[in-house]
Design a protein around this ligand. Structure first.
Ligand SMILES: [Zn+2]
Length: 505
């Protein structure tokens, strides 16, 4: 009697539409896990992106080539509506084609360095004595006036390098994850208004001065970590609208290893001459555009398929390395998540749209222009797609495995993400944090009031982003495989919900 009752109850439960939906969702997640762990292609994708394509600087021909590959790769895994979409003008293309830096005096030594992005080349080989010109104040401008014509100039101070500071970061501890689970209480605003020092010279004003004084080459170094070059763009490159004119009328600038910079600096301070031979060739091309690359798995539910679930990562990198952790790792996780969903023939109710943003590194321009163009903003007026948008997931912070997710201050998604997170406890995904995190491509969505989230990752290794060390070999296969499985699952579950992802009120 009792047995029959239990069977009857079970049959009743399974025939309830909610339980049946959950059962089939769990079945799909089992398929995602199997595909993602037994037949992963994530390392093959990230190897091609980093090893073959190398760096992907905004506005470079290298980026253009890599984006053509990305669109073809999307098509290869079966995505539809793929597009390389121009989203704003960049002004000019720039690629470094040749860099050669050598110390000649007081003895020969090769120097490791890179040109700053969007600087001109040296127009042939230049050889000359190196001067120190630390220009920080208006008095410094007067001091160096007339002294720098055709000189090679060191502009950074002697760098502080502490060889006792360990740089290997370990995985997050339980203690750290517990802290992140804590509620966040408002802290009183710190009111320490910044007092502008009218005497101080900005990096743009310093470069303008060096240019007008006719310096031959500017050398900087930054960061103070042994073996690490951190190189960004020419000061003011964006203020001049990324113009070709601003670029060719500037002077060559390079960043070198901190320990080699300091060595030159100390020799000069002893009164012993240092001379260098440098040749930089940069290909400065025509006006170009910033493009995003997108592709979709169309939704299958006639009532929901015009609603959008998005996932994305920035495809651009700085130019001193292939940007493996920042952010080929994020892009490859997204590629692999989409590949898995296609491989298991997932039938999402909503449309899943995959975006590879450009121009994140110089101000989230790819994603913010996209949000402006397609969704708008309640402040300035929303577009029809605003109300059809459900959720956006981003990966950018390094290469480590997902240990949880940040709610970005949205309490209304806590129940949903707590439940989904519990499905991946065995993979180390255990933490739901109410905190908001910033500085990457989910921010334009969040600012527009659209649900957008970043996973809480282990930050492991040496922290190679934005450096010359950011190569494939920093990546951990197991971490990227786990991330792709979790990403595919969150995206799929989002696309299957009866309602759109709740928004902050
Ligand atoms: Zn990044």
């Amino acid at each position: 009697m009792r047995k029959i009752y239990v069977l009857f109850l079970l049959a009743g439960l399974l025939s309830s539409p909610i339980i049946a939906q959950e059962k089939s969702d769990l079945d799909v997640i089992a398929q995602i896990r199997e595909e993602g762990f037994q037949r992963s292609q994530v390392m093959d994708i990230v190897s091609y992106m980093t090893d073959v394509h190398g760096n992907r600087l905004v506005g470079s021909l290298g980026m253009k080539k890599a984006q053509i590959w990305a669109k073809a790769k999307m098509e290869e895994i079966g995505l539809e509506n793929t597009i390389i979409e121009p989203i704003l003008d960049h002004g000019v293309s720039w690629d470094n084609e040749y860099t050669s830096i050598h110390m000649l005096e007081p003895g020969y030594y090769p120097i490791v360095g890179f040109p700053l992005a969007y600087t001109p080349g040296t127009n042939g080989k230049i050889t000359g004595e190196v001067l120190i010109a630390e220009i920080n104040s208006r008095q410094d401008l007067a001091k160096y006036k007339g002294q720098l014509r055709n000189k090679i100039v060191l502009i950074s101070p002697l760098l502080m390098i502490d060889p006792t500071v360990p740089i290997i970061r370990n995985r997050r501890t339980e203690e750290n994850l517990n802290d992140l689970r804590d509620p966040v209480f408002p802290t009183p605003a710190q009111s320490s208004p910044r007092v502008a020092n009218p005497n101080q010279v900005s990096s743009v004003a310093r470069l303008d001065f060096l240019t007008s004084e006719g310096a031959a080459l500017v050398i900087e170094s930054r960061g103070g970590r042994l073996g690490v070059v951190r190189t960004f763009a020419r000061p003011g490159a964006n203020q001049s609208g990324w113009s070709r004119e601003g670029m060719v009328n500037s002077i060559p600038m390079i960043t070198v290893l901190p320990e080699q910079y300091n060595r030159m600096y100390r020799i000069i301070k002893r009164g012993i001459p240092v001379s260098l031979e440098v040749e930089i060739r940069n290909n400065i091309g025509n006006a170009t555009q910033v493009n995003n690359v997108l592709g979709e798995i169309p939704g299958t539910d006639p009532d929901l398929r015009d609603e959008i679930v998005m996932l994305g990562s920035h495809f651009d990198s700085w130019h001193t390395s292939p940007g493996a952790t920042d952010n080929a790792s994020g892009c490859s996780v997204m590629f692999e998540a989409m590949r898995i969903l296609k491989a298991i023939d997932a039938k999402p109710r909503r449309t899943i749209r995959f975006a590879l943003w450009s121009s994140e590194e110089d101000g989230l321009r790819g994603s913010s222009n996209y949000v402006k163009k397609y969704f708008g903003d309640p402040q300035t007026g929303i577009k029809p797609a605003y109300n059809k948008f459900s959720v956006y997931y981003n990966q950018d912070y390094d290469k480590g495995q997902y240990r949880g997710i940040y709610l970005q201050g949205n309490e209304f998604v806590r129940q949903i993400f707590t439940k989904w997170t519990s499905l991946f406890n065995d993979l180390g995904m255990t933490t739901v944090s109410i905190r908001s995190v910033g500085s990457t491509d989910h921010i334009p969505f969040d600012r527009a009031g659209l649900p957008a989230f970043q996973f809480l990752q282990d930050r492991i290794g040496q922290g190679t982003g934005h450096t010359n060390l950011d190569f494939y070999d920093n990546l951990v296969q197991e971490d990227l495989m786990k991330n792709a499985v979790i990403m595919a699952s969150f995206v799929y579950l989002s696309a299957m919900m009866d309602e759109k992802m709740p928004r902050k009120k």
